[in-house]
Design a binder for this molecule. Sequence first.
Ligand SMILES: [Zn+2]
Length: 136
Amino acid sequence: MENEMKCPQCGAMIDAKSIHCRFCGAKVAGQVPPQQQYQQQYQQQAPPPGAGYNPTPNAVPPGYERKSKLVAGILQLVFGYLGVGRFYLGYHNIAVAQLLVSIFTCGIGTIWPIIDGIMIITGSVPADGNGVPLKE
Ligand SMILES: [Zn+2]
């Protein structure tokens, strides 16, 4: 029966609108049905709207270690002919290209990674290979 509920005290089926159980006399009015209790609990646990991680093109993923602009630039100035600064930033294709250019131009091509290092330090490279902004 829809209009019946179980007395929490004695377990007998009683009228849902009754205030006291007609079998044991326990106060039953105002009892929250188990299903409703679950919904209230769920709503408390659910995060507020907009609190979740909202991915944007240049967002820093949770727990992601941002690459240092200065570290990358110095690595690139000193070891740029090996593409070290670009490897550090995650630009593996550029790093390999710089390494190959250095080899095949007998060192003349190392001007590229040096300019690259200056550009990284001055902020011309705003993000690493994963699109995450560099830190100062
Ligand atoms: Zn009862």
